[in-house]
Design a protein around this ligand. Structure first.
Ligand code: MN
Ligand code: MN
Length: 472
């Protein structure tokens, strides 16, 4: 009898907990989770992330996919718009008055990597090498002694553009940054700070070692052998490197991680995981009277500057084109209203709590792997400095829609208050006056050559974006 009474009390308390507490759930345990859909979506994403390792490649891939689906450049109700092969906007025009705003998801396709310098090729100690300059926030030590592939374009003297992609295929050669052997690193490395262990000027890649075959006693025979190969294969001469954009990226493709295969290891989850989810969401979302826009941008990793970064004029160009396609003319006042009244998601990743590095997170407010799409109310550092900080009212609307549509989601803050921090595109979008909040997939090892994401979080990111277009 006593036991029964105790049990009913526990049940009552459980009910109270559910009613009054904040019940975050491991999304793998959700009742309505369609694991098959999670798996199918993840497999498609893994193919995408393996194929597209730069902003240019992603732009081209998205463009091709849209054209296959009947989207036209700058024309019609469903259209896409390009900005210099490094930004692409996907638009579905709705019936509603545009001055009330559009629904916008912005994410970035650029990823930390290593660029070739403009004068890269040299010979030293019987090896041909190329000089590099890294792009974005990398931990340099993570990029040495691993297989790198070379991606990008070279614009030749005659204006012809040559696309380069060497290292992804099994039969391709790769490129390689050597590191010092532990036997000899005592003075040169072992007592240095992390950022100084590998000097930026020592991130040079190995590109060859065979001298050009000739009887003449020439200098730099190995270097000229490489130039000879490049000329024969691509028509490239040394000066053409001045007009090239060549990036070194990890050669490996996406892999499933763990005995249960629940996680995805890949280069460039940040932020092509959100770019992919946003693209899938806008293509699959049911039609409403609202206008949907997905904007995929470049240069986020170096501050969103430049004419292909989120600070550029491209969003305005896109809005202008929407007016032209819908109303046949552009009313500047209405256009300003449209930007001001729009609702946006800054689709970007956050750092999930790492069991080995719990000390940098504040566990009550850190994102967890498998706990759904991560909403980040504010980013910034040193006391929310340089963050747009979304309004509670806007977050509340988002919360209601996500809960109602059974999207697994969590709130995540990037690390402890004084630990460090970072920013996203949100603040640049917010400067138009529109409501915006960060929402994306939480990662382990962000900015590493192989980052780690959860399949269920990827799926919830897609679901959240789709629900935003359809129901928000
Ligand atoms: Mn990012
Ligand atoms: Mn980043």
């Amino acid at each position: 009898m006593k036991e029964k009474k105790k049990n009913s009390k526990i049940k009552k308390f459980k009910k109270l907990q559910i009613k009054l507490g904040h019940n975050n759930q491991n999304n793998w345990e959700m009742d309505n989770l369609d694991k098959k859909k999670v798996e199918t979506f993840s497999q498609k994403y893994m193919t995408f992330i393996t194929k597209n390792k730069t902003e240019r490649e992603t732009t081209r891939y998205v463009k091709k996919l849209l054209e296959d689906k009947g989207y036209k450049e700058n024309k019609g109700k469903n259209f896409y718009m390009l900005n210099k092969e490094k930004n692409i906007a996907i638009v579905r025009v709705g019936k509603n008055d545009l001055s009330k705003g559009v629904k916008l998801i912005v994410s970035h396709m650029d990823t930390p990597h290593i660029d070739l310098k403009q004068n890269p090729l040299y010979e030293d100690t019987n090896l041909a090498m190329m000089k590099t300059h890294y792009y974005g926030g990398i931990k340099k030590y993570q990029w040495v002694t691993r297989a790198l592939s070379l991606h990008g374009i070279v614009v030749l003297k005659n204006g012809k553009e040559v696309e380069i992609r060497i290292g992804d295929k099994k039969k391709d050669p790769v490129f390689y940054i050597a590191d010092l052997l532990p036997h000899l690193s005592h003075k040169a490395q072992n007592n240095k700070k992390m950022g100084e262990v590998i000097d930026g000027e020592k991130l040079n890649i190995l590109v060859g070692s065979i001298p050009y075959k000739t009887d003449e006693s020439l200098k730099e025979k190995i270097k000229f052998n490489i130039l000879d190969i490049l000329y024969k294969k691509y028509g490239i001469v040394e000066e053409d490197f001045l007009t090239a954009e060549l990036q070194l990226v990890p050669a490996e493709g996406a892999r499933e991680i763990g005995f249960d295969r629940s996680l995805i290891g890949a280069y460039g989850h940040d932020d092509r995981i959100c770019s992919y989810a946003a693209m899938e969401a806008i293509l699959k979302a049911e039609e409403t009277n609202d206008t949907y826009v997905v904007l995929l941008v470049d240069k986020e990793e170096i501050g969103s500057d430049g004419n292909t970064g989120a600070k550029s004029y491209f969003l305005k160009q896109v809005i202008k084109q929407i007016f032209l396609n819908k109303d046949g003319k552009v009313d500047m006042v209405k256009m300003e209203d449209c930007l001001f009244n729009s609702k946006a998601i800054s689709g970007d990743v956050n750092g999930a709590i790492d069991p080995d590095w719990k000390e940098v997170h504040e566990s009550m407010n850190a994102a967890r792997m498998g706990f759904g799409v991560c909403m980040t109310k504010f980013t910034g550092s040193g006391g929310k400095y340089s963050s747009s900080d979304a309004n509670a009212e806007f977050v509340a609307r988002m919360r209601k829609v996500l809960n109602k549509n059974k999207v697994g989601w969590q709130i995540g803050e990037l690390g402890k208050v004084d630990e460090g921090g970072g920013g996203t595109i949100a603040k640049f979008i917010a400067s138009y006056g529109m409501d915006v909040v960060d929402m994306g997939t939480a990662l382990l090892s962000m900015h590493a050559p192989m980052e780690c994401a959860s399949k269920v979080d990827l799926f919830m990111t897609y679901k959240a974006y789709k629900v935003f277009f359809e129901k928000f």
